[in-house]
Design a protein around this ligand. Structure first.
Ligand SMILES: *Cc1c(COP(=O)(O)O)cnc(C)c1O
Length: 399
């Protein structure tokens, strides 16, 4: 009998007990809104912001309602206006072009490499077309940030980083999110900390930080933010910045604070799992693993591999065989988007030209989550199943 994996690819760990206790405390107080504080009290949301700023080393931090909201606020805060072009990744998740579209701005997409990072040669060719790059570290793959920043600095292009999959990661020792002008993070259930929904924005730029706080819906209560610039910075922008409500509340903040304290341990747990899968798949005929450079301190919360040059029917066969053995793989090459596997050709509200290199790579791209509820043995079993099924299909004569 072939072994069958029994775990669930969508089952996250429970919220830590101290997070549950803190959340109950907030509910007992009734003061769930971040500006609803007792005299002398610092809200959970503002404490969370201070702690996330300290964790990343950023000067300013704002907690918001989602990662997508953080990106939209970042784009507005750096001055993107309707009709402006914004460079971004052809391979990313739908909320990234969605954030650009939410401002009435126009995405200009950059191709992806076989290692699933932004194609820096294509970026260099297109960098003159826009003043802002919304860079997505999609699935945690970080491009050569030194070269990227050199290209963007030379062209005076502002970089905003989408760190939905790189909270806790770094390039050359610099935390992901601190290379560009603004870093955006998600606290949604499937990311690296879990409050159901939620997000962060970090920056060292005082005026961008003040605009972001006002955008998030601070009314004139911005002095209750303690990871924000001083009041005189707000004075300059408070009458010209709209309130685009998207605040973090104290309940979510209470759940998140203990998770920040264990993030680095969780990163090690993810990477232990990632390395077991990687080892188990190494040398599988017909399967290409992504190369992870020395400078990239990544977080292996998901795993990708390529079946390069395979035709669609054979990839479907691999997915069906793995699914029958309990291994839930997603494929970015399917003609219709399923769940989160939407491709740039599904974003038809934007008028996007064909991206031949990205098409070729996505046609063979397979993706899976690695939740921390999987043990190392689970990960070894998953790799054995994938290896066996990929090998079987690869070695069968094409029908
Ligand atoms: C999840 C995700 C986002 C957006 O996060 P939400 O909190 O769900 O809005 C942005 N970019 C990428 C790559 C993501 O995976």
């Amino acid at each position: 009998m072939a072994e069958i994996f029994q775990g669930s690819f969508t089952q996250q760990e429970p919220i830590p007990e101290d997070g549950i206790a803190a959340a109950v405390e907030v509910m007992r107080s009734g003061r769930l809104h971040r500006y609803n504080t007792a005299p002398g009290e610092l809200s959970e949301a503002s404490l969370l912001e201070q702690e996330f700023a300290a964790l990343t080393g950023a000067r300013y931090c704002l907690a918001v309602a989602s990662g997508g909201y953080a990106m939209g606020a970042a784009l507005r805060a750096v001055g993107v206006a309707p009709g402006d072009k914004v460079l971004s990744n052809a391979f990313t998740l739908a909320p990234v072009p969605g954030a650009i579209a939410s401002l009435g701005a126009v995405p200009v997409l950059v191709e992806v490499t076989e290692d699933l990072t932004l194609d820096l040669d294509d970026l260099a060719a297109k960098v003159g077309q826009a003043k802002v790059l919304l860079l997505s570290h999609m699935r945690g793959h970080i491009c050569d940030m030194d070269r990227l920043m050199a290209i963007c600095d030379a062209a005076k292009v502002t970089v905003i980083e989408d760190c939905a999959h790189t909270m806790g990661a770094a390039w050359n020792g610099v935390p992901s999110g601190l290379h560009g002008r603004v870093g955006c993070y998600s606290c949604q259930t499937y990311k690296h900390v879990n409050s159901g929904e939620g997000g962060f924005l970090v920056t060292d730029d005082a005026e961008v930080a003040a605009r972001a706080v006002l955008l998030s819906g601070s009314y004139m209560l911005y002095e209750r933010h303690f990871a924000a610039p001083p009041p005189e910075v707000f004075e300059k922008v408070k009458y010209v910045t709209p309130n685009v409500s998207g605040r973090m509340d104290n309940l979510r903040a209470a759940i998140l604070r203990p998770q920040l304290r264990t993030l680095s341990a969780q990163v090690r747990n993810w990477n232990d799992r990632y390395r077991v899968v990687e080892e188990g798949l190494a040398g599988t005929p017909g399967l290409r693993l992504t190369h992870r450079p020395e400078a990239e301190a990544f977080v292996g919360s998901s795993f990708q591999f390529l079946l390069p040059g395979w035709d669609a029917a054979r990839i479907r066969d691999v997915l069906a065989r793995c699914a029958a053995r309990g291994v839930d793989l997603k494929w970015f090459g399917a003609p219709e988007p399923l769940a989160f596997t939407s491709r740039y050709d599904s974003w038809r509200y934007a008028d996007l030209p064909p991206m031949p290199r990205t098409d070729r790579i996505l046609a063979g791209l397979v993706d899976m989550r690695l939740p921390l509820t999987f043990s190392l043995d689970d990960c070894a079993q998953i790799a054995r199943i994938i290896r066996a099924e990929v090998s079987t299909v690869y070695q069968s004569t094409p029908g």
